[in-house]
Design a protein around this ligand. Structure first.
Ligand SMILES: O=C(O)[C@H](O)[C@@H](O)[C@H](O)[C@H](O)CO
Ligand SMILES: [Zn+2]
Length: 299
């Protein structure tokens, strides 16, 4: 008997909600609205939202060990001071690609901030292809580039033993794995561990659970799917009441709840009537599996 419950906890009307991150210290969910250039923090206790608007599309946010946050803003890795709403540039990438911006990002278990880029879209999933690259910002603020030729750099996470890096380039319709060397931050041996089914549409954001299984938000698919990276099999599908589900993370008490972001951009007017919560933040309870706390950026 399933007791899975999906509820819209915040009707934020995000144009492109992304990068949900649980901040345990404040019982809050951080997320971004990329095209609105906003970082948001939803307090799960008071239900209040604080919003900080930056001067360029902000595609991911992460905790910072020193306090405050880091975010990918335009093509820059930035430190974000929440109180005075200021962003300080730590490093810039893709300087020769004026039409590029960062997309999804996440911190690795050693405190490096990984994020990839893409060409700006003219419509959802319509863009100049192979313009993106994957980077990471080390704690000393130097940047390493892993590879280029990326279409839409998206979901990423690490296995529980830190020996595998999982990565999604959305338009490949594949979830990939690499061997990961935590000590050096190097990746190698790329392979696909899951190919999307037609009705699952585009793989977007991703997170891992305490059993080492991957959860992938399916853009246009209105669902999150649970994958076994060892067997390459889909284990579970949880449907949401909006099509453009963009990313997911665990949070809440003991990381037993899942939070899912969504997008409103590109949803046509008729669909919006049936999906008024498009662009909202959803909470899934009763999954029976937990997540792990996000790693903070160590620099
Ligand atoms: O949310 C993101 O990661 C991108 O910025 C979005 O624009 C969509 O996911 C993309 O269109 C699907 O490929
Ligand atoms: Zn994404």
């Amino acid at each position: 008997m399933s007791s899975i419950k999906v509820e819209c906890v915040l009707r934020e009307n995000c144009r492109c909600g992304e990068s949900p991150v649980w901040e345990e210290a404040s019982s809050s969910l951080l997320f971004v609205d990329i095209s609105s250039k906003k970082v948001c923090r939803w307090d799960s206790l008071s239900k209040q939202v604080q919003r900080v608007t930056l001067d360029a599309p902000v595609s991911s946010v992460a905790l910072r060990q020193a306090g405050g946050y880091v975010a990918t803003v335009g093509t820059k890795f930035c430190a974000l001071n929440w109180k005075d709403e200021s962003a300080v540039v730590l490093a810039a990438v893709d300087k020769d690609k004026k039409n590029n911006r960062f997309n999804d990002g996440k911190v690795d278990p050693a405190g490096r901030y990984f994020a990839g880029t893409m060409a700006e879209e003219t419509a959802p999933a319509v863009l100049e292809r192979r313009q993106g690259s994957l980077y990471s910002l080390f704690p000393d603020h130097h940047v390493e580039k892993y590879f280029d030729q990326v279409d839409v750099s998206n979901g990423l996470d690490w296995s529980l033993d830190h020996k595998t890096f999982y990565y999604i380039d959305s338009l490949s319709y594949s979830v990939d794995a690499f061997d990961y060397d935590l000590l050096t931050g190097k990746i190698s041996n790329r392979r696909s561990i899951y190919k999307m089914e037609k009705e699952e549409h585009i793989p977007d954001g991703m997170c891992i659970d305490t059993e080492g299984k991957l959860w992938v938000a399916c853009y246009n698919g209105g669902r999150v799917i649970r994958l076994d990276p060892e067997t390459g099999k889909r284990l579970q599908t949880v449907k949401l009441p909006v099509d453009k589900t963009t990313s997911c993370c665990f949070g809440g008490k003991d990381y037993s709840e899942m939070y899912v972001t969504s997008a409103r951009s590109g949803v046509n007017p008729q669909t919006l009537l049936q999906q008024p919560e498009a662009g909202g933040i959803f909470k899934i309870t009763g999954l029976g599996v937990k997540g792990i706390p996000p790693y903070p950026y160590a620099g």
